[in-house]
Design a protein. Structure first.
Length: 548
């Protein structure tokens, strides 16, 4: 029993890690690839120097690119689960290192609470649930490892720190702030050791500079004078949002403007409290400055290109750096039993609130995954006739997350690595929104075309004809097979023509709005789902004839 009491924080950390892993894997169980992940799958499938070192939105993403290539060859492309497992391992490892870092400064209980807040940081759902965001959590993991290795103050620790820093940079340019942290940590050390230990940050800095000169400078830059002048406010907003997120008060509406009504007052209050403490007990722990350098560099590098510092993907690193700053400022403070109980209650309430945000974020990604499966299924159905340069742009796909998919590249990828799309049977059973969007993609990809004109001398060609009346929806809906069809609208006011195929509650494919007395010619190419007919809806006040 004594052993359990002594090791209670570590045991509870293990339980928190298990719960976090289970939560993440359950929330991501129905998800496939999203957003920038498709960019890697479509254009960086083969191992080459260019594919590894080519910048992505100004970032070096060599390690994520190579991991994606390895995953494709080991597991294929029909499931995103391997990526979610890898992301979960990185997140859990980061929480453990944060626990170790904070424990060395303020003890195991506050370290446990810090790790728990990060494991369930709902406002950072993009990082916690989207495998591509190892570009944001990977640098933090190895940046933390670097700082812990430097604390050994021996040759082995310095070598390990240098390696960890290089790996951090390989995940993304978010590793650059940890170069600043390493430089400050070394330069604040004993004077006689500074030159000897400087390789820790000099070698990674030189490697990153070489990459930038060779590849990085070609990336599009968003840095402007306006962003530079606005950067101080952006940094303060970053800090305020991270603090509110940690306390469960920083929910970010998807696509909306974050509410900083809690974050800004909390930031002011924390500055006042720690300022008062420093007046009472002058002196700042030397370990604060490397973390402060990393935090400042992170926030300013986010602000200079004009990135939204309050976006979900930026909350993870910001929250960890805030906790590390707090741990250094509280170093040496003795926390009473009652203080620990209060901190535990605050942590529990914050985690409960953030779990709601995490679930909501999971629902956002599940919807995107559903649309991705439906849209790519439609693309595969239309494979016989779709153009290779056909793109799933937002107007067609119903989401911007598939903009990296072009038909030709997609078919090459699935031929080699398998398909993540719905099968025909799964598409038929998919949610209505997905089926309706698949109809839109299919009509554009085949493509389905309608041309309206006057009947001319020959009228409607001979064939199977159905007379359409205006009495009911059922009477106005006509099944169509692939091939040619004609819609002859009797004289009168304009009508409306629309199609559905997999949708059941709407006709999402809008065709021409023919005027009365006209003939509309429909061309529906043959495809891979001939057992499922199209349904043409003719909306008009006057009778019409549909012939095939």
């Amino acid at each position: 029993m004594d052993w359990i009491v002594r090791n209670a924080p570590a045991l509870l950390l293990g339980a928190a890690l298990a719960v976090a892993a289970a939560t993440t894997l359950v929330l991501t169980s129905e998800m496939i690839f999203f957003g920038d992940s498709w960019g890697l799958l479509m254009t960086r499938r083969d191992l080459s120097v260019e594919n590894v070192l080519h910048p992505h939105n100004e970032h070096l993403i060599a390690i994520p690119a190579m991991l994606e290539m390895a995953s494709l060859r080991l597991f294929g492309m029909d499931s995103a689960t391997p990526g979610h497992v890898l992301l979960t391992v990185i997140l859990l490892s980061t929480a453990v290192l944060l626990y170790v870092y904070v424990k060395r400064r303020v003890g195991p209980w506050l370290a446990l609470f810090a790790a728990a807040l990060i494991l369930f940081l709902g406002p950072a759902y993009e990082v916690l649930l989207w495998p591509f965001e190892i570009t944001f959590c990977g640098p933090v993991l190895f940046g933390l490892a670097m700082l812990l290795a430097l604390e050994r103050e021996d040759r082995l620790g310095d070598i390990a720190a240098c390696v960890f820093l290089i790996v951090s940079l390989g995940f993304s340019s978010l590793g650059v702030p940890f170069i600043a942290a390493a430089a400050v940590a070394v330069l604040l050390g004993p004077r006689q050791d500074r030159l000897r230990r400087s390789f820790v940050f000099v070698i990674p800095a030189l490697l990153f500079t070489a990459w930038y000169l060779g590849w990085g400078q070609d990336a599009e830059s968003q840095i402007s004078l306006r962003n530079i002048l606005a950067s101080p406010r952006s940094v303060l907003d970053s800090m305020a949002t991270a603090i509110a997120s940690l306390l469960g008060l920083g929910a970010i509406p998807p696509g909306g403007t974050p509410d900083l009504s809690w974050g800004r007052p909390l930031l002011v209050a924390i500055v006042v409290v720690f300022g008062y403490r420093l007046l009472r007990r002058p002196g700042v722990p030397v370990g604060l400055w490397p973390v402060a350098a990393a935090a400042a560099a992170t926030w300013f590098l986010t602000a200079l290109p004009g990135r939204d510092p309050t976006a979900s993907r930026y909350q993870y690193a910001a929250a960890i750096l805030i906790l590390m700053i707090f741990a250094n400022l509280l170093r040496g403070v003795r926390v009473s039993r009652n203080g620990i109980l209060v901190a535990a209650a605050v942590t529990a309430l914050a985690v409960a609130s953030n779990l709601v945000d995490l679930r909501d974020g999971g629902n956002i990604f599940k919807r995107q995954s559903m649309l991705a499966r439906a849209d790519t299924a439609a693309l595969e159905i239309a494979r016989r006739t779709v153009r290779p340069d056909f793109q799933l742009n937002p107007d067609v796909a119903g989401t911007p997350s598939l903009v990296n998919i072009y038909a030709g590249e997609y078919f090459e990828a699935i031929d080699e690595f398998g398909s993540p799309a719905y099968s025909l049977q799964d598409l038929i059973a998919a949610p209505e929104e997905g089926r309706a969007q698949a109809d839109v993609v299919l009509a554009e990809a085949l493509p389905v075309r309608a041309e309206t004109g006057r009947p001319g001398g020959q009228g409607v060609p001979a064939g199977r004809c159905i007379r359409v009346r205006a009495e009911s929806v059922e009477a106005r809906e006509v099944p169509l097979e692939p091939g040619l069809a004609w819609v002859q609208l009797q004289p009168g006011p304009p009508g409306e023509l629309s199609l559905r195929r997999f949708a059941s509650e709407s006709h999402p494919v809008a065709l021409d709005d023919p005027r009365g007395g006209t003939l509309t010619r429909l061309r529906i190419p043959d495809d891979g789902a001939n057992g499922v007919p199209w349904q043409l809806l003719v909306e008009a006040r006057q009778p019409a004839r549909v012939c095939q």
